[in-house]
Ligand binder design. Structure first.
Ligand SMILES: [Ca+2]
Ligand SMILES: [Ca+2]
Ligand SMILES: [Ca+2]
Length: 285
């Protein structure tokens, strides 16, 4: 064969190989998840939840119930369903997930997207957004999420925000300290049943608020730098001049927020109603 013929043969073989391998990947994709990225498919298969979830940046509110503490999983699921129902009646897009990977993917898509997003947790911080044992004190997915002027908000129910991770080592006090960049801030873990009296603002903003006993109220007197209490719904005094508050929305200047809502041990608080009322407030700011 001439040099030219050899070239043609080699090119033809090359085309056949690339065509065959291309077909092969496409077949695999179609048989599992039609429009997912290959890397995503692997994660979804290894996850213990629903194989396909339609959670993307168009979802306003994401509720994570994969693991919970100080609230039974079935109770968290009921509260989550009720929260979703209440918000959807206001045309707010809400999804519930048990997948910590979905929480991470959604956070990455909703970081600095110009919209207020809220992530609801029940006493467990997914390790996908804040690596367990405080392995990433700065720059975690969750920290980046609350550092933009979107005003994105992590709303935590039940156990101490961030104290426990979805797996691996507990974060204890470190998570809240690192996420807020306030190295000293801590919630008193030795006291329980602290009376929280509804403030005027609390009953206006969340009509479902009633007097209750908090187990981990937020220490208002430890806020520093640009962090401030944006809304105090209940406090140890019943007015905004207080040292402890729950529920409370705290905000980092004009950036993101944390909302502590019923930090209580296995108590039947109106979590869903108050969360929905707070979110209605946040989304109209
Ligand atoms: Ca956002
Ligand atoms: Ca940090
Ligand atoms: Ca920071």
């Amino acid at each position: 064969m001439t040099k030219y013929q050899w070239l043609v043969v080699i090119t033809l073989i090359g085309c056949m190989i690339s065509f065959a391998s291309c077909n092969k990947t496409q077949q695999v994709k179609v048989s599992v998840v039609p429009d997912a990225e290959p890397t995503k498919m692997v994660e979804q298969e290894s996850s213990d939840v629903i194989p396909v979830e339609s959670i993307d940046g168009t979802v306003d509110i994401l509720i994570y119930i994969g693991k919970t503490l100080w609230i039974r999983p079935e109770d968290a699921e009921n509260e989550a369903e009720m929260t979703k129902f209440l918000l959807e009646s206001e045309s707010i897009q809400v999804e519930i997930t048990k997948s910590k990977e979905s929480v991470r993917d959604w956070m990455l898509q909703t970081t600095a997207n110009g919209v207020v997003n809220v992530c609801i947790l029940y006493g467990i911080l997914p390790s996908t957004i804040y690596p367990s044992g405080n392995a990433q004190p700065d720059g975690s997915v969750a920290e980046n999420w609350i550092e933009t002027t979107d005003g994105d908000t992590i709303l935590n129910h039940a156990d101490y925000f961030g104290y426990n991770s979805s797996e691996g080592k507990a974060n204890e006090r470190g998570a809240m300290q690192n996420l807020m960049d306030l190295p000293e801030i801590e919630i008193n873990v030795y006291e329980h049943n602290i009376d929280m009296f509804v403030t005027v603002e609390g009953s206006r903003l969340a009509p479902s608020m009633v007097h209750f006993k908090s187990d981990r109220p937020f220490p208002l007197d430890q806020l520093e730098d640009e962090w401030f209490a944006e809304r105090i719904l209940a406090s140890d005094t019943g007015n905004p001049q207080a040292t402890l508050a729950d529920p409370v929305i705290v905000r980092d200047g004009d950036r993101g927020r944390l909302a502590i809502v019923f930090h209580t041990v296995y108590k039947n608080d109106p979590k869903a109603e108050v969360a929905a009322q707070i979110i209605n407030y946040l989304l109209t700011q």
